[in-house]
Structures are given as C-alpha cells and as structure tokens.
Design a protein around this ligand. Structure first.
Ligand SMILES: Cc1ncc(COP(=O)(O)O)c(C=O)c1O
Length: 400
C-alpha cells in the first residue's frame, strides 16, 4: 500500500511549510535573525520562576503534580479574569478556559467550527500558525486586505457578500486587532465598531487573537472586541509574549456555549494543560511578576523598535517604493519592497549576507504576495539591529 493511503485526507493535506525549511537556514552561525517571533530571553522572570517552583513543590505538590481539571486551575482562571477586568472586560473565571498557549486555542477553534471545505475569514496577511491550524482541519481561510489600520471593513463586507453568494458562508472572522502579526498594525476603535456591525449583520463570530495586547509602546489603547460584544467574540490570550513562552500557557474567554465545546475538544487533546506550570504561574502572578516584568519588557522592546525604525529610515528612505509599518507595540514590523521585487527570491542572498527575515508570502492564505517581509525587533540586540538592517539595505539595493 502507498504510504499516503495509511493517512487520513486531513493528514495528507498537511504540508511541511517551505518557509519553515527556509528558516532553518537562519540558524547558521553569524546570521542576524529578524525572522523568529521570539521574546528576548533577558525578559524571562527567572527569579520569580525559581521562587514559585520551590513554593509549589513544598506546599502543593500533591495537586500540582496530579492531573487537573480540563478548564484549568481555578485560581489561575481568576488571575486571568482580573487581568481582563483591568482591561475593561466584564468577565469572570467561569468564562475562561486555560489552554496550552494560544496555538492550542487556535487548534480548538478550528476543531469545533470547521468542517472540511468550510471557509473562514482571516487578515491578508495573517498569523502563519492560524492559517496552519485552520488548514489542518481542511478549512479554507479567505484573506481580507489590511491597511495601516488593520482589516479594511469595506473589503470584509465585499468578501462576505461574495462568499455568501457562492454558498460558502464563512464560519468565523479571525482577527488580530493589536499590533498584528505579521504587519504590526492596530485596528482603531471606530474600525472595530464597523467590523462588529458587519459581523452582527451576518451573525458571525469573531475570534480575537491578541497575544501582544499588553506590549504597547506608544499611542492609546483601543477597546477589545470582547469588551464591545462579549456575546459574539471568543478571545485568545497567552503568557508567551508577556511572561515567558516555555510554559505553553494561555487562555480563551468567551460565550459559555463556545468555551464548553472547547473544553470537550481539549479533553481529547491533552486532558488538561499541565497543572504544575499553572500552579507556578499563579504563584508568580500573586507575587507581581507580570506588573514588574512588563515594565522592563516594554522599555526594552520600545527601545529596540525605535532603533529599528531609525535604522530603516537611514537605510531605505532614499529607495523609492520601499515602505514599512510603524507599530505602536508588539514584536514585528512589515517592510514592503518596490513593485516587482520578491522577498522570497532575495532570501538566499540575504542569508549569504548573514541577515534573515520571514518572506511575506508565508502569511497570505494563498501564499501569493511576495513584496513584503516580516521583521522582528524583540530578539536581536541593539548592535545586531543596526548591523542587520544595513545588511538588508545592501541586499535590496543590489536587486533594484
Ligand atoms: C497572533 C498569534 N497568535 C498565536 C500565537 C501562538 O502563541 P502561543 O502558542 O505561544 O501562545 C502567536 C505566536 O507568535 C501569534 O503571533
């Protein structure tokens, strides 16, 4: 029998991403990488982790090392509810499901909402891992164009009308409203309201994925979709970018009928997110790890963002047709090259020059847009940011 005959259609549809293969090259020595989405290790609250681990082992190992409820540790659910309430969202712990970080949230969303062939709306571009989650359940993400203020409501409406006309009504609208990955853009409140009106009209659910929300360096915080329409929004959060990614811990919050279904779906995946890391995280939050850590994290990333923007200005301001976004937070910005250039084509040259980025095509549902690249500014040091942008400028100029 052919090997693929052993697999489900779903598994046969899964492909190794070309981009991930390309990104393996970025691990070569001497390469300055703006490719990953990694937090700076200097921001990890090592002392808090150490103290919390000791405390948990000493005082609660019988529960922390045991299986736990699928919904998650009740104390941690309350901690996360408090974080949300401080952000203007009227919610309580019982509307929260602890997830094995937000990537699992995306997988559960795909699992409970998508039948094979079902469409869902995403940004174009959007988060690569979201596309992977939706496609792995044979969903068909359909992209809606963004501008400097995020998803364009008129384009959203057009796309919905078209899909409904083709009898392919989307199952949900997936949005990353704050400092979007990959483009770095944020949707202002007025536009959020427009998007909500469109969604309400067609009775669409919104999946609000907001891992970077607390990492704001300038401008005004915009209200969450969750706070504006709790009855039709499922929000995904994570500690990955604000505390540490290694615990693989996040949460979903939304209407009970959705969260309940996610609990059922999660049971088949991992029974529960590790109680040990949940207990440690709770102890860290009680001790103030988030407030204290966030201040320095924001300062560090804000400086790096500012530096990358000024390096880009120096290197690219003179080159016609080059533009980049100026994110008010998060980890990424989006650099677009002149018409006709392809960031995939020049990727290998960039690697030869020892600088790496993620080619933009990875973030489009149909991988059909080649002019942009995603640059991460949280991981590389200040010196590396200056040197890396210079190397990038050299590669781009060579190809004009
Ligand atoms: C928009 C978005 N959603 C979800 C994730 C997944 O993060 P995690 O699983 O670490 O919470 C990421 C990671 O970069 C992201 O950018």
């Amino acid at each position: 029998m052919n090997r693929q005959d052993y697999f489900s259609d779903r598994a046969n549809g899964m492909k190794r991403s070309v981009i991930r293969e390309l990104l393996k090259l970025t691990a070569k020595p001497g390469i300055i990488s703006f490719a990953g989405g990694l937090p700076a290790p200097a921001t990890f609250p090592v002392d808090y982790v150490e103290a919390a681990v000791d405390g948990v082992i000493e005082e609660e190992h019988e529960t922390a090392l045991q299986y736990g409820p699928t919904e998650g540790d009740a104390r941690l659910r309350e901690d996360f509810a408090i974080i949300m309430r401080k952000d203007g969202i009227k919610t309580t712990a019982d509307h929260i499901l602890i997830t094995t970080a937000s990537q699992q949230g995306l997988d559960l969303v795909a699992k409970i909402f998508l039948n094979p062939g079902d469409t869902c709306i995403t940004g174009s571009p959007t988060y690569l891992g979201g596309l992977q989650a939706f496609k792995s359940y044979q969903g068909v993400p359909v992209g809606v164009e963004l501008d400097d203020r995020g998803m364009i409501p008129e384009k959203l409406e057009e796309t919905i009308v078209r899909l409904e006309g083709e009898n392919r009504k989307p199952r949900f609208i997936y949005i990353i409203p704050d400092f979007q990955n990959p483009a770095g853009v944020t949707i202002p409140e007025s536009r959020r309201r427009q998007i909500l009106d469109i969604a309400r009209k067609g009775e669409y659910l919104i999946i609000e994925d907001t891992p970077y929300r607390q990492l704001r360096y300038s401008g005004q915080s915009q209200p969450t979709f969750q706070s504006m329409a709790p009855e039709m929004v499922l929000s995904l959060y994570t500690i990955s970018k604000i505390l540490l990614p290694g615990f693989r811990l996040g949460w979903a919050c939304g209407p009970d009928w959705i969260v309940d279904k996610m609990v059922m779906a999660k049971q088949a995946v991992d029974l529960c997110t590790p109680p040990f890391t949940q207990a440690i995280t709770h102890a860290m939050l009680v001790n103030g790890a988030l407030e204290k850590g966030l201040e320095t994290t924001i300062q560090l990333y804000s400086n790096r963002r500012k530096l990358m923007l000024s390096c880009l200005e120096k290197e690219f301001a003179e080159i016609e047709g080059v533009s980049w976004t100026k994110p008010e937070g998060g980890l990424f910005l989006w650099l677009t090259l002149p018409e006709g250039m392809s960031t995939e084509e020049i990727f290998e040259q960039a690697i030869e020059e020892k600088v790496a980025y993620v080619p933009g095509s990875a973030f489009y549902p149909n991988n059909d847009n080649f002019r942009s690249m995603r640059l991460n500014f949280s991981y590389a040091s200040e010196e590396q940011i200056c040197e890396g942008v210079k190397r990038l400028g050299k590669v781009v100029r060579k190809n004009i």
